[in-house]
Design a binder for this molecule. Structure first.
Ligand code: GTP
Ligand code: MG
Length: 99
């Protein structure tokens, strides 16, 4: 079984960074996701109001994640910018696990 996890964040919805951060922390505690690589898409970068991926990483304290490979990728699902780069990282870091 090939495994990876992808988390998509609305970079323009600053009000909910705290909520999404708590949500992510809960996911990371999920036993089935232990050690599973994580890609975080900082989506909606086409919007003027979007926070840069680096700021989002800071707000969500992503640097505290030390128990798995992770990467933040700025992207826009609207223009497709960054999506391929993110998926390339996923393919490079995907893990194989026996069922
Ligand atoms: N501008 C822009 N819009 C996007 C992008 N990706 C998704 N959307 C649009 O965002 C809308 C959905 O917004 P979401 O934030 O995913 O969902 P929501 O309706 O706000 O609900 P929540 O889950 O409560 O945030 C849809 O209209 C999508 O077309 C993007 O990269 N750029
Ligand atoms: Mg929304």
């Amino acid at each position: 079984m090939l495994i990876h996890s992808i988390y998509v964040i609305d970079s323009s919805d600053r009000k909910r960074f705290e909520e999404t951060s708590l949500e992510l922390a809960e996911l990371l505690e999920e036993e089935k996701l232990a050690g599973v690589p994580l890609l975080i898409f900082a989506n909606k970068q086409d919007l003027m109001t979007a926070s840069p991926a680096s700021e989002l990483a800071e707000s969500l304290n992503l640097h505290t994640i030390r128990d798995r490979m992770w990467q933040v990728q700025a992207c826009s699902a609207l223009t497709a910018e960054g999506v391929q780069d993110g998926m390339t990282w996923v393919c490079r870091n995907i893990k194989f696990r026996k069922k």
